[in-house]
Ligand binder design. Structure first.
Ligand SMILES: [Zn+2]
Length: 246
């Protein structure tokens, strides 16, 4: 088979591969989008659970501190009575010191409680935010599920159709050429390039003049020395300057 006959077959295959690549990229993107949405929902569920857990733990600590503060306040009352009953300076100094110490302990607990309240508030806000984001995403996922499944199915069908066409197209290509094509395709999405003026239209770099001269006979395929694509000569289209006439 002359390369003149092989060129359109090779171009047809490259065209199919190009469309297949687009469909596959699109599929990967859609699947990735759904996957990302699902994993965000999962992350939010975990975040809400751990947030609620830590709120529970902080509330427990706060309640314990409040209980302690109440008990100490009762002791303060007793110390005050003791101070009132003190019969000499020594007793009065001791009772005053006890009173001061107890007041300080109560103040410390009150400070702790306030700090914890701030943390609890913050944790509640973050759990609430996570909840509303979670509900929104959940709705999105459920609402989109049908539409998403449908467009996935459509693209799957497109891919299957293109894969069928590809199988037919591959059979028309000379095996040696096909092997080269496939090996280039592992590095370049489009493995072929044409030239009409000596510049490879894959990488836009000029091929050596001797090589270009030989190519014009259209006896065999070449490989672009720069991008390694399968390179072939096609004469310029009749209106190659956009009809400017110059
Ligand atoms: Zn090239």
């Amino acid at each position: 088979m002359s390369i003149r006959q092989q060129i359109p077959l090779l171009e047809a295959l490259a065209e199919i591969d190009e469309r297949l690549r687009q469909v596959e990229d699109d599929l990967a993107l859609r699947r990735g989008g759904l996957e990302a949405l699902r994993s965000e929902v999962e992350g939010l569920v975990k975040k809400m659970a751990s947030g609620r857990e830590s709120i529970g733990a902080m509330e427990k600590t706060r309640n314990e501190l409040q209980l302690e503060a109440r008990q100490m306040t009762q002791q303060i009352d007793k110390s005050r009575e003791k101070l009132g009953r003190s019969r000499n300076e020594r007793e009065s100094v001791a009772a005053t010191r006890e009173l001061e110490e107890l007041r300080k302990l109560v103040r410390d607990r009150d400070d702790e409680v306030q700090k914890i309240e701030v943390l609890i508030d913050r944790a509640r806000t973050s759990v609430n935010e996570a909840e509303s984001r979670h509900d929104q995403l959940k709705k999105e996922l459920e609402g989109d599920a049908e539409g998403a499944a449908q467009s996935l199915a459509e693209r799957e069908a497109q891919r299957a159709e293109l894969a069928g066409k590809r199988e037919v197209a591959v059979k028309t290509i000379v095996p040696l050429l096909y092997r080269k094509y496939e090996s280039i395709r592992t590095r370049r999405p489009r493995a072929i390039a044409s030239t009409h003026n000596g510049t490879c239209n894959g990488c836009f770099i000029a091929v050596p003049p001797m090589m270009f001269q030989k190519m014009q006979n259209q006896d065999e395929f070449e490989q672009c020395p720069n991008c390694k694509r399968i390179l072939y000569y096609v004469p310029a289209a009749p209106k190659d300057d956009g009809g400017a006439g110059a």
